[in-house]
Design a protein around this ligand. Structure first.
Ligand SMILES: *Cc1c(COP(=O)(O)O)cnc(C)c1O
Length: 412
């Protein structure tokens, strides 16, 4: 080998070693982070037990309507289906007078009865901390005052959201719209939806419409299609988006019929919410795969949650697992100031540290944008570690992903 080549090779090998060492702690920890896939056997066991107690057939279990109709909503049912301490049951009883809870039998089967800190349980079952939250607001985003018509929230120049329902496969304990869960399940009236559609028709700058809720995929195919059809008929609506957690909480919802119907309304995008690798089971993978096969790009909107995913290793693993499922990590949301959910809030520094540990250390594709929703409906605001240190007349001082500070010549 010529001398130059040899020297270069040595430099590259040294650098490669250094790079490898820079993720050594992640490589050590990563295999310890549980995923829905590697817990498959345990989940299957839980499912068998739950199905037996509920006297459910396979056909029923695999039917999303059965899953929705049989959501567990009382502690007497809950007690029959999972091992749960009397102390915890008592706490749930106290909370349920104030905040409703519901969990699909499927999502219940993901709870690990042997793990007191189970991240599925934390997302799904009430905690007494909800009652100990004396601050916060019910509507910190002031959705109520950014509602120009029907069930619309409009906060941006060219896009808006329409809420179709308040029903969900599960009432996530960190829900930002818990004020709307109320006492009863209800799809919004056709009248209200029509009013929303009329508003969009009259406002030609609206080119992107996002259907949300509640969970729009709790509607039947034909109910949902009514709205999709009307939107598709509006010439200036360029894209439609659906925000749904059903692929995670009731993956049985993603049927071939649904996908065949959705396909007619391209360009259509779906954003889901996966908060921990444990949310991603074989069933969730299958649901996601079906959506992808229908040509629908899927993004993930995770919520940064204390005790669930407020850790750089877990977030890295989550985003890598999402890429394996062909889901693009889109946003990580700072948990909002919603009354009764603030025990999930982390410091903003926790979020910044997570972002710091993603950029450069893993695929750019695995990096979502970290967002603080500005209070008062002022909109999503990106928060980044500082890479842009200062700027002179003809240079910019930058910090690389590893923390190297460099002056980069800038055009005048
Ligand atoms: C989040 C949100 C949107 C969509 O925002 P993107 O950044 O385009 O994904 C639109 N309208 C409202 C009211 C929202 O809260």
């Amino acid at each position: 080998m010529d001398r130059n080549l040899k020297e270069n090779r040595e430099t590259a090998l040294k650098r490669a070693e250094e790079l490898k060492n820079s993720i050594k702690d992640y490589l050590n920890k990563s295999s310890e982070i549980q995923t829905g896939l590697n817990l498959k056997e345990k989940i299957n066991k839980n499912r068998t037990k739950i199905m037996n107690k509920m006297q459910a057939t396979d056909d029923e279990w695999n039917n999303w309507k059965w899953q929705l109709d049989n959501r567990i909503t009382t502690i007497s049912e809950l007690k029959k289906l999972v091992n749960i301490s009397d102390k915890m049951l008592k706490k749930i009883e106290e909370v349920e007078n104030k905040y409703r809870w519901a969990i699909s039998p499927y999502f219940l089967s993901l709870i690990d009865p042997d793990d007191p800190d189970c991240v599925i349980k934390k997302q799904a079952l009430p905690s007494s901390l909800e009652l100990q939250d004396f601050g916060g607001k019910l509507d910190p985003m002031e959705e109520e005052s950014t509602n120009p018509a029907g069930t619309i929230t409009r906060r941006y120049p060219d896009r808006l959201i329409i809420k179709l329902t308040n029903i969900c496969g599960m009432f996530c304990r960190h829900c930002q719209r818990r004020r709307e869960i109320g006492e009863t399940d209800q799809h919004h009236s056709q009248e209200k939806i029509n009013e929303s559609i009329e508003y969009i028709k009259k406002n030609q700058e609206i080119r992107d419409v996002l259907l949300t809720g509640g969970d729009p995929l709790t509607l039947t195919n034909s109910q949902l299609e009514k709205t999709l059809k009307k939107l598709k008929d509006i010439e200036h609506v360029e894209i439609i988006r659906i925000g749904s957690r059903m692929p995670i909480t009731v993956p049985q919802r993603i049927t071939d019929e649904l996908c065949n119907m959705l396909e007619k309304y391209h360009p259509l995008y779906i954003n889901i919410q996966v908060n921990h690798p444990k949310d991603l089971t074989e069933e969730a993978y299958q649901a996601i795969n079906k959506i992808s096969k229908a040509g629908i790009p899927i993004g993930n909107q995770a919520v940064l949650l204390k005790g669930i995913n407020d850790n750089p290793h877990i977030m890295k693993k989550l985003n890598q697992e999402l890429l394996k499922a062909r889901v693009k990590p889109y946003y990580i949301f700072q948990a909002k100031n919603v009354k009764g959910t603030r025990h999930f809030q982390t410091s903003v520094n926790t979020g910044i540290e997570i972002m710091e540990n993603l950029r450069g250390y893993t695929s750019g594709l695995a990096i979502p944008t970290y967002i603080i929703n500005a209070p008062g409906g002022l909109g999503k605001t990106p928060i980044n570690p500082i890479y842009n240190i200062s700027q002179g007349r003809d240079y910019i001082k930058i910090r690389t992903w590893e923390g190297k500070i460099i002056d980069y010549p800038d055009k005048k």
